[in-house]
Design a protein around this ligand. Structure first.
Ligand code: ARG
Length: 257
């Protein structure tokens, strides 16, 4: 090989290497800080919601992911996405992680990686206060039920014999539908139903104590990004060890029993 060709080959190689380095998954903010693009469906208090300032996302998940990002050395950018659009968005690479009160289950595991569990949850029922007919899940047969589309509540409701399931865009919409008497019951994650009872001051509804499922929430990560999964788990572990997780938990749910 002539010297000229060798030099040419070397420079092409160097250029390719430089390009590859610049194309890593680390997105840099203008100030040089790495950015973690987070997807959530911010209509799910107390986990994620828009408070008085619509641009400031609040909730347990929001505090937790900001703490995880900080631990990992990333600046956290929140993107508000429809719940059933979150996994497609992650698969398309538009976001790096999902934190959205998302339950870890086998069906989702076919499409995404999950972090270790960060919260234990389950589903509960809400009905009108004067409804004496529905005392538990077995009484939902043939009833009209509102759920959020794409959720575990929707999947469970569809298993109930003869039930007419209304799939709405948010848990907030399910509450509106119940208040308007468009349905007999709603199924949501218990902390979300409980929070509504306290915050809405709607005196005409009640939640039933029975829990339909036991679920674990996880942070979802792109199937290909095992490295990020490792980083998220390490950060979560650290926050559990150093008391930061407990602080965030106590802020939203009170001291752990
Ligand atoms: N835990 C349920 C699920 O994973 C509901 C989550 C809904 N989350 C939300 N931000 N709307 O299906």
């Amino acid at each position: 090989m002539s010297k000229k060709i060798l030099v040419l080959c070397m420079s092409v190689l160097l250029a390719v290497m430089a390009l590859a380095a610049g194309c890593g998954s680390d997105k840099k903010a203008a100030d040089g800080e790495k950015v973690l693009k987070v997807g959530t469906n911010a209509d799910f208090a107390p986990f994620e919601f828009q408070g008085a300032d619509a641009n400031a996302y609040e909730g347990f998940d929001m505090d937790l992911i900001r703490a995880i990002g900080k631990e990992m050395g990333y600046k956290v950018e929140i993107n508000n996405v429809a719940f059933d659009g979150l996994i497609p968005s992650l698969e398309a690479g538009n976001i790096d992680v999902i934190i959205s009160g998302m339950t870890i289950n086998d069906e989702r595991k076919k499409k995404v990686l999950f972090s270790d569990s960060y919260y234990k949850s389950g589903l509960s029922i809400m009905v009108a206060k004067d409804n004496e007919a529905i005392k538990g899940f077995k009484d939902l047969k043939g009833k009209k039920i509102a759920v959020q589309i794409g959720t575990t509540s929707a999947a469970e409701a569809k298993k109930i014999e003869g039930a007419q399931v209304k799939e709405l865009n948010s848990s907030a919409d399910t509450f509106i539908e119940l208040a308007a008497k468009g349905v007999d019951a709603v199924i949501n994650d218990r902390p979300v139903n409980d929070r509504y009872i306290v915050e809405s001051k709607n005196d005409n509804v009640k939640t039933l104590s029975e829990l339909l499922t036991s679920e674990d929430y996880g942070i979802a990560i792109n199937m290909k990004n095992t490295e990020l999964q490792g980083q998220v788990n390490a950060a979560l572990k650290k926050l559990k060890e150093n008391g930061e997780y407990d602080k965030i938990y106590a802020k939203w749910f009170g001291e752990k029993k």
